[in-house]
Design a protein around this ligand. Structure first.
Ligand SMILES: [Zn+2]
Length: 192
């Protein structure tokens, strides 16, 4: 998969070549574009994965929500929020949120950071799998479902940590929707 590229127009398989700045790979047979060089792709991936990871930590360390229940206000970080859901009988929602909103994005960001510096085949494989089915929409669904449950409990305000969340959200969108799997392969081959 990694060394062969198939033309989307004429379906001719051909060998993948390394591109330099401003270059495009053109099909030898029909002349249509196979793929192109994305300027500073490596830096963009590195910056997004690093900031996504840090933003995620921000959402875990700082409160994301402030509850006002019965005249008392209480700060909740992401883990408190998930604990709250589980303790209040929303086990499935809590566990789903834990995986889709916390664990998978953290693992994904971490492995992408690692892939920037090391040719780690295992990391590349996990990234490929995570990108296939974790995707951005599950992250969004995870947040929405948790929100709907939480907001039924009373007056709730957003806190600082939520900003981190939005940041992680944008980084995850870039890394799973804009950056295609083949670019992670390219990243891998640059470090081999
Ligand atoms: Zn072609």
């Amino acid at each position: 998969m990694e060394d062969i590229v198939i033309c989307s127009k004429c379906e001719t398989p051909q060998k993948r070549v390394k591109l330099k700045k401003g270059e495009r790979a053109i099909c030898y047979y029909c002349g249509s574009e196979l793929y192109k060089y994305i300027p500073r792709l490596r830096e963009k991936i590195l910056v997004s994965s690093l900031s996504g990871f840090l933003m995620m930590l921000l959402g875990l360390i700082f409160p994301i929500l402030q509850f006002n229940i019965g005249g008392m206000s209480k700060d909740f970080n992401l883990i408190d929020t998930i604990k709250f859901l589980i303790e209040n009988g929303y086990l499935v929602v809590g566990v789903f949120t834990l995986f889709s909103v916390v664990l998978f994005p953290l693992i994904f960001f971490f492995l992408v950071i690692k892939l920037n510096f090391l040719a780690d085949k295992k990391a590349l494989e996990i990234i490929t799998h995570l990108q296939e089915w974790m995707a951005f929409d599950i992250f969004v669904v995870g947040i929405l479902v948790a929100m709907i449950k939480i907001f039924s409990y009373g007056e709730i305000m957003f806190s600082v940590g939520f900003v981190g969340f939005i940041g992680a959200f944008i980084a995850l969108f870039f890394l799973t929707s804009i950056v295609k799997v083949e670019y992670y392969w390219e990243l891998y081959y640059k470090n081999v």
